[in-house]
Design a protein around this ligand. Structure first.
Ligand code: GLU
Length: 313
């Protein structure tokens, strides 16, 4: 690591400055009441490159609700637990519909399209839960996040979890519907409880970029050299992030940014430039597909400037 100012440092601070000034900020999610309280003017960006250099700007040390970004990590844990058997319970095709849509589930006999739409993530959570108590599983997820980010301070925002638990009728419908097809094994309220709580994990851009490093480095933690997942699994998680990580905006994200990425309705996006960088951005205002509006624009600017799109310059 060097202390000299790099091209990456300059790019990150210029992009953050530009985003701060933009008037078009999208709409903060309000369907989870607690998320509606977040400042729409917040903006954070953190990039960790292959050498371990960290370039960060804006509100990069403010914790925010990672929401659906947690689904990358629960998918990783579930694959570790049951391996490819996971794909009997959930598909890996883009859904082409909203993050909380129920229509496809009926046509497809309760098997969700992919692990990143809500139904799929609830099915993945149910897989991790089997054989354990909800509290143990939440402890395991939190431990995994703290380990990956090398930061013991990461915690669940209980107010956000409670807020979603009170109002998550749509997710309850999805879970009950899947249960009726026998896709969920555990009591619906247990599975949903774990799901709402892992979505409510609060992290900063810096912590999230740290946690994403194993996906950049073929499954290894670059600092310790320790394997988190085998290279083939990291590659496949990245593939699902690329094709399904932004709900019905996944095609647009691939077109504009060109990286595997996962968004959350808290306004965060984790993006992976394989072999190059782990990137976390946070801008709470969302676009019509429920993805961070300025987060996507910032990532587009960054990948263009750094030449990081996986599809070429
Ligand atoms: N907890 C949120 C929900 O289930 C996650 C959605 C998201 O981040 O896209 O509605």
């Amino acid at each position: 690591m060097s202390s000299a100012v790099t091209d990456l440092d300059v790019a990150v601070s210029e992009i953050a400055e530009e985003m701060r000034r933009r008037p078009d900020r999208g709409e903060v999610a309000t369907y989870i009441p607690e998320l509606a309280r977040v400042d729409p003017n917040a903006f954070g960006l953190c990039v960790i490159d292959a050498e371990g250099n960290v370039a960060a700007a804006g509100d990069c040390d403010t914790p925010f609700s990672i929401q659906s970004i947690s689904k990358v990590f629960t998918l990783t844990l579930a694959l570790g637990k049951v391996g490819d058997r996971l794909w009997r319970r959930v598909g890996r095709e883009p859904s082409g519909s909203a993050f909380n849509s129920i229509v496809q589930l009926e046509y497809e006999h309760g098997i969700p399209r992919n692990p990143f739409i809500n139904a799929g993530a609830i099915a993945v959570t149910d897989l991790i839960l089997s054989g354990h108590q909800p509290r143990e599983v939440l402890g395991e997820i939190l431990h995994f996040m703290r380990f990956l980010a090398d930061d013991q301070s990461i915690a669940i925002d209980k107010a956000v979890a409670a807020s979603e638990q009170r109002t998550g009728f749509r997710n309850a419908a999805l879970a009950n519907y899947m249960k009726s097809f026998g896709v969920l094994e555990n009591p619906v309220e247990f599975t949903l409880g774990v799901y709402f709580h892992h979505c409510a994990i609060a992290m900063t851009c810096r912590q999230l970029a740290m946690a994403g490093r194993f996906l950049v480095h073929s499954g290894r933690n670059p600092e310790t050299g320790m394997s988190v997942v085998p290279p083939e699994r990291a590659r496949r998680i990245n593939a699902v992030m690329l094709t399904c990580g932004h709900y019905d905006g996944s095609g647009e994200f691939a077109y504009r940014v060109g990286l595997p990425g996962k968004s959350g309705v808290g306004g965060g996006i984790l993006a992976v430039a394989p072999g190059r960088a782990s990137i976390a951005v946070w801008a709470p205002g969302l676009d019509a597909n429920g993805n961070s509006h300025l987060g996507r624009i910032a990532l587009e600017a960054l990948t263009k400037r750094m030449g990081w799109s996986i599809f070429g310059a």
